[in-house]
Design a binder for this molecule. Structure first.
Ligand SMILES: [Zn+2]
Length: 254
């Protein structure tokens, strides 16, 4: 993903700021290029094989007002339980794309996510940009994360979100061969940039449409706006008739 100078400065600042969090894990940043959208042409052009075309999802339209909340980069020992409590209050299920390394550090938080009935996706073991890795390294990042989750929870994820949404033909090919579906997003809350909760809420309400996948994070280091944003966002979306489902449910809806 090409960054503007402003984004580059912001990323540098974020990298510095998260050094003071319990673990220094890079965050997902920004919306992936729209040219890669499944609905657009780039994926079809980039993928010669039919089998590649159906594995990348930004959203999946439906008539039931269903949308999916997703949380990346956790589990986090403080924020993940807070988010779980909010979701429980509203009876909502979501999808958590976990970093294998963080599952190892904070197994109780990961177990709490599963115990509450949420879906877990693979977010690689170390959150490295996969476009710069070899086939072997991509496979290892994915399988190591999967193994950590399996050893903890007897659960094998079938969905993956590449770190920062970064991917290319090579990543699609390797991930596809591992029978994962690649999940990106249609609405970026920009919580990773410590966007104020009211602004997050305004942005999502403006952008949201049935079938959208919403990007949030349960691991943002300190002063995460995500819990407060959820407390504003969830009731507003429910009031508008939206129903929250996991990504797996959204994709498998017939
Ligand atoms: Zn991430």
């Amino acid at each position: 993903m090409k960054q503007t100078p402003v984004q580059a400065i912001l990323c540098a600042f974020l990298s510095l700021s998260i050094c003071f969090s319990p673990k220094s894990i890079p965050l997902d940043q920004g919306i992936p290029s729209l040219s890669q959208s499944v609905g657009g042409s780039a994926v079809s052009e980039a993928s010669e094989h039919d089998s590649d075309r159906d594995i990348v999802f930004y959203r999946k339209a439906n008539d039931n007002m269903e949308i999916a909340l997703t949380f990346d980069d956790g589990p986090h020992p403080y924020y993940t339980p807070i988010i779980l409590k909010i979701l429980e209050e509203y009876g909502i299920k979501a999808t958590f794309f976990m970093i294998g390394e963080n599952v190892t550090y904070y197994p109780a938080a990961a177990e709490a996510v599963l115990k509450a009935g949420h879906e877990i996706g693979n977010h690689t073991n170390h959150h490295k940009g996969m476009k710069s890795l070899t086939d072997h390294e991509i496979r290892k990042e994915i399988s190591d994360c999967e193994d950590v989750i399996y050893s903890l929870a007897d659960y094998r994820p079938t969905l993956i979100r590449p770190p920062e949404g970064a991917m290319n033909d090579q990543v699609r090919r390797v991930v596809g061969a591992l029978n994962y579906r690649i999940i990106l997003w249609d609405v970026d809350t920009h919580d990773w940039a410590h966007t104020p909760p009211a602004e997050i809420t305004r942005h999502v309400l403006k952008e949201i449409d049935a079938g959208d996948i919403i990007l949030m994070h349960d691991f943002i280091g300190h002063n995460s706006p995500t819990p407060e944003a959820l407390r504003m966002l969830i009731p507003a979306l429910l009031e508008r008739g939206y129903k929250f489902v996991t990504v797996g449910e959204l994709l498998d809806e017939t």
